[in-house]
Write a new protein. Structure first.
Length: 214
């Protein structure tokens, strides 16, 4: 009898140990999942130009950050150089829109803050249904997809013209041609044209074309 009791005690101890291991494993698994959830790839804003509503994200490229500094300097001057301002808006819009490598998902559309405010929703939808459609999620920073990185944007002013949008007309809209350089040629658009319009104190992108303007 004593031997049988000893065997039963050993079995109970083994069962307790197994249960403890299962519980420990479950707790570790839950902690791992929770830890992963806490590591969501959240991108912070690191600078802003409050008077104009422009912001800079920490994951912007070095090239884009340098353009933002130029924009900040231009807009903080006692007298804003409008030609320089319009040129920087054109460069920064293109540099951010065509740079997919730092985007978190297809919903993270670049260049939106430079688009004419009334067009932003349609622009975002257009981008998600076209160029951004194949961008995989990088919420946890584990994406392996190869995406384009813009290293330089060259813009050339073509002219100023009357531009009608809705019921309004800008009699001094800017038209720029642009050329894009990438870190690696992956077959993305490399040239085209932009039309920029005045909206209160801001200059905003009203239209973009794959063709150069004349």
């Amino acid at each position: 009898m004593k031997k049988k009791r000893k065997l039963n005690v050993k079995r109970i101890i083994i069962v307790i140990i197994l249960l403890a291991l299962i519980v420990t494993g479950s707790v570790l698994a839950i902690q791992k999942l929770t830890h992963k959830e806490n590591k969501v790839n959240e991108i912070k804003e690191v600078a802003s130009i409050e008077a104009y509503g422009y912001t800079l994200k920490e994951n912007a490229t070095a090239y884009y950050k340098s353009l933002f500094k130029e924009l900040e300097k231009t807009l903080n001057a006692s007298e804003v150089d409008e030609e320089k301002y319009s040129e920087l808006v054109a460069q920064m819009f293109i540099a951010d829109f065509f740079n997919l490598d730092n985007k978190i998902s297809k919903n993270d559309v670049g260049g939106k803050q430079f688009v004419y405010s009334n067009y932003q929703t349609d622009f975002e939808k257009y981008a998600m249904d076209s160029m951004y459609k194949s961008v995989e999620s990088d919420v946890y920073g584990e994406r392996n997809q190869q995406l384009p990185e813009v290293t330089k944007v060259t813009v050339t002013k073509v002219k100023n013209e009357n531009y009608k949008y809705g019921e309004n007309t800008d009699e001094n809209a800017y038209v720029y041609n642009f050329e894009i350089e990438y870190k690696e040629d992956m077959g993305y658009q490399t040239s085209g044209s932009l039309t920029l319009i005045h909206n209160s104190q801001k200059i905003e992108v009203a239209s973009m074309s794959e063709k150069s303007a004349e």
